[in-house]
Design a protein around this ligand. Structure first.
Ligand SMILES: Nc1ncnc2c1ncn2[C@@H]1O[C@H](COP(=O)(O)OP(=O)(O)OP(=O)(O)O)[C@@H](O)[C@H]1O
Ligand SMILES: [Mg+2]
Length: 301
């Protein structure tokens, strides 16, 4: 199978519990309702690309448990190939537990589980080496980052690498990511992440990455839209007007539009417009993937 885009990032189940109040000390609280949804930044983006008809695959790790089956089943339903996902016999699939009290107070518990234990020798390099793009997102632990770096170094040059660093990788700073950055075709951070990564504002920060050899930097600016540059040309577009219901996954959705544009050979401006357009669809619905479109309406861009 030749993939258009393969994703490689953490996979986790997001469990949201509504409780009467957040329990602290020896107090006892009660769950009034709970909801599970499938998460993981790269997975959200890959699902969006699959919905737009791209041939997609995934590299990641789950455990042999109900949460792992929920995640792989969800990807398969979205027509994402899951043969690149490693199933660990021991351990737990990544789970994020969010608790929300009646007063709106929140508590978050993250169990990264087997996500942080991906070694390079477990990854099937051939699975990725025929792909047009490899889209990377962050892991919390060091081992899986090192495997991403190792995979990037093993892949033929023709596999174009995109990276959305998220806060976890941005906090590590430029030096720990430099092997991926030098090999990357596109870096897709938000404004805060780019500032953390480079110590510069978004325009100078983007240029700094270009100077390291990155071909394209796409910066997400929240409701201000986005800024995209390849070092020669740059574009900045305000966000599309959208009814904001839930901004969860807006950045992942922006990556869908942008990568779809790149894969279709569109110019920088059109890729940026596609990013803003898919993001506007995402935030109009509750959840990270609910609003992701199944076809592109060019007239709306
Ligand atoms: N209030 C808004 N109105 C319209 N569009 C928005 C709004 N907020 C975000 N967007 C769109 O979503 C895109 C990505 O959002 P944002 O910059 O918040 O990314 P992010 O911080 O990476 O998000 P995430 O939390 O998913 O990682 C923006 O470039 C913009 O197109
Ligand atoms: Mg983001």
């Amino acid at each position: 199978m030749k993939f258009d885009v393969v994703g490689f990032g953490a996979l986790n189940v997001d469990r949201l519990f509504r409780v009467n109040e957040i329990a602290v000390g020896d107090r006892e609280s009660f769950v009034t309702c709970s909801k599970a949804s499938c998460g993981g930044s790269a997975a959200n983006t890959i699902i969006g690309l699959a919905r737009l008809g791209m041939r997609t695959g995934y590299v990641g790790k789950v455990a042999d448990d109900p949460e792992g089956r929920l995640l792989t089943g969800n990807l398969q339903r979205e027509r994402v190939d899951t043969d690149g996902i490693i199933v660990e016999k021991n351990g737990r699939t990544g789970v994020t537990m969010g608790f929300v009290g009646e007063d709106g107070e929140r508590a978050l518990y993250v169990d990264t589980g087997v996500n942080d234990h991906i070694s390079l020798d477990e990854i099937d390099v051939d699975y990725v080496s025929g792909a047009s793009f490899l889209h990377l997102t962050s892991f919390v632990g060091e081992a899986s980052l090192q495997s991403q770096i190792g995979l990037a170094e093993k892949l033929p040059e023709k596999v174009l690498i995109s990276l959305d660093p998220g806060m976890f990788y941005a906090k590590r700073g430029l030096s720990s990511l430099i092997p991926i950055i030098r090999r990357a075709f596109a870096i897709l951070p938000n404004e805060t992440e780019l500032e953390l990564l480079t110590g510069e504002g978004y325009r100078d920060g983007a240029q700094k990455l270009i100077d390291e050899g990155v071909k394209i930097v796409g910066v997400k600016l929240g409701k201000r839209g986005c800024y995209v540059t390849d070092g020669c040309e740059d574009v900045e577009f305000g966000a599309l007007r959208a009814q904001v219901v839930d901004t969860t996954g807006a950045g992942d959705a922006w990556n869908v539009g942008f990568l779809y544009g790149l894969a279709e050979g569109k110019n920088l401006a059109d890729c940026a417009r596609l990013g803003n357009w898919v993001a506007s669809k995402c935030i109009a619905k509750l959840g990270a993937t609910t609003g992701l479109p199944r076809e592109v309406h060019l007239a709306e861009l």
